[in-house]
Design a protein around this ligand. Structure first.
Ligand code: CMC
Length: 431
């Protein structure tokens, strides 16, 4: 729903031009500047898209000042407590929470696609054993388009649905296989009698040699991690998926592009970087020294797991993750976990420090998720892979929305060119 409320007037070189201003259902209004170049011969300049809405969306809403996150209108705090991950996937993709019949049908459809093509298994052997799991995920997810030709027609709604279900269903298998390959254990086939998250734990931690029953408290914690990371409106990786998809690329290729973007330490790689940072700090007595470094303009060090482009308040996901952290550590008898204690102390000191207060830097979701994942037995290198697994539904929902949007156009930003003006090539001897 967009309505034109007002008009914005821009004056340039003494000439005034009007642009419509639209309101969404909540959140800041937007100025429609699509006609700007035609009317004025100028572009807007906005590196990092700090003030640019690149699309309309009805999936996720964030109020960064309030610290509020809604999926399809539902607060994340309610979804994390009352729903499981597959319910949230259904919600994000279809717009409404499923009733029982819809839920049963949806979970059955997902479960029918949990295995990967047996030939895909050989792809893994092409990677070095010590390859970073994200390198494997980018490659294997991109390669899905070489296997599932019957779901590549983006103009066919059934193809789009099957591709979506395949991605949601196969991501846990692909991520777990990356882990098993790395540690040299046999791949475990999925178990469709288990829930989505319990099955993932089975594929990660079971071996053919022993019986394995996932611990329900840990399964619930993993499910919550997935829910909290499922979507986050137009972040860097989602925008990458949309940009890739805007050219008509197939969904497997688009999600592979999203995974590549997510890998960076300023985005999905922050949970791994945060845990490494906590290990490096090592002791509460060294917190002050690291806070000092984070504030030093001449030092590139940043407090990982702190700050966010949109949240200028406590990230609501971080609150839920801290709660989950308590539950998991209690369940495992690790209440005295030194890294958790260190994290609490670091958070306390940073939240009282003028630098962090003035810049509105609060813990984000990654601050505690690494500690939870480590307690679940997930190796640090795989943290971002878990994020990719969770975010796959968000990417898919956003990609679907984009394909169905009549205003969708191939993404093509402009630039402020600051290079050489036209000049002539000189013979080599004169250069
Ligand atoms: N530690 C110290 N200073 C910081 C931090 C930090 N973690 N984050 C931001 N600042 C400072 C920054 O140096 C800048 O200072 P100044 O105004 O003096 O130049 C100011 O705060 C504003 O920061 P910014 O980098 O301009 O803000 P941004 O919106 O471009 O960056 C961010 C957001 C998340 C990339 C950044 O806060 C950061 O690098 N944080 C650490 C990495 C991290 O935890 N990332 C996970 C994000 S949440 C998961 C996800 O959604 O992907």
């Amino acid at each position: 729903m967009t309505t034109q409320q007002r008009t914005a007037t821009l004056t340039i070189d003494g000439k005034s031009v009007d642009f419509p201003v639209y309101s969404g259902s909540i959140g800041p209004d937007v100025i429609d500047i699509r006609s700007l170049y035609g009317k004025t011969g100028t572009f807007t300049y906005d590196p990092g898209f700090q003030s640019t809405a690149a699309c309309k969306s009805s999936i996720t809403y964030i109020d960064g000042d309030k610290g509020e996150l809604l999926y399809r209108g539902y607060p994340i705090e309610q979804l994390a407590v009352h729903c499981d991950f597959l319910e949230v996937c259904y919600l994000l993709k279809n717009g409404e929470l499923p009733n029982q019949a819809q839920y049963d049908d949806w979970t059955n459809r997902v479960k029918r696609h949990t295995m990967v093509h047996e030939q895909l298994v050989r792809f893994y052997q092409g990677f070095r054993r010590d390859a970073h799991p994200m390198a494997i995920l980018v490659g294997v997810v991109g390669a899905l388009s070489a296997f599932y030709h019957d779901s590549l027609d983006i103009n066919n709604p059934e193809h789009r649905l099957v591709a979506a279900i395949r991605l949601i269903a196969k991501m846990p298998t692909i991520v777990a296989m990356a882990y098993k390959y790395n540690i040299g254990q046999p791949f475990m086939y999925p178990r469709n009698d288990l829930s989505y998250s319990a099955n993932f734990m089975h594929m990660m931690f079971a071996t053919p040699a022993e019986k394995y029953e996932p611990n329900p408290v840990l399964v619930r914690a993993l499910d919550r991690i997935l829910i909290l990371h499922a979507d986050h409106e137009q972040n860097a990786s989602t925008s990458t998926v949309r940009l890739s998809g805007s050219s008509g690329a197939n969904p497997f290729a688009c999600i592979a592009a999203g995974i590549a973007c997510l890998w960076g330490p300023a985005h999905g790689g922050a949970n791994e970087a945060c845990l490494k940072m906590l290990e490096e700090i090592g002791d509460v007595s060294r917190v002050g020294q690291y806070i000092k470094r984070a504030k030093d303009k001449n030092d590139s060090f940043k407090l990982m797991g702190f700050g966010h482009r949109v949240y200028k308040n406590y990230d609501p996901r971080a609150k839920l993750m801290r709660e989950t952290c308590h539950e998991v550590l209690n369940e495992l008898g690790l209440h005295d976990d030194p890294l958790f204690k260190l994290a609490i102390e670091l958070e306390k000191i940073a939240l009282e420090d003028d630098y962090f207060v003035e810049k509105k830097l609060y813990p984000n979701v990654d601050f505690y998720s690494g500690i939870v994942q480590r307690a679940l037995g997930i190796p640090t290198q795989l943290f971002t892979g878990i994020f990719a697994l969770a975010r796959t539904i968000g990417w898919i929902a956003q990609w679907h929305e984009m394909i169905g949007d009549p205003e969708n156009k191939i993404g093509r930003p402009r630039q402020l060119y600051v290079g050489a003006q036209q000049r002539d090539v000189q013979p080599m001897a004169n250069r």
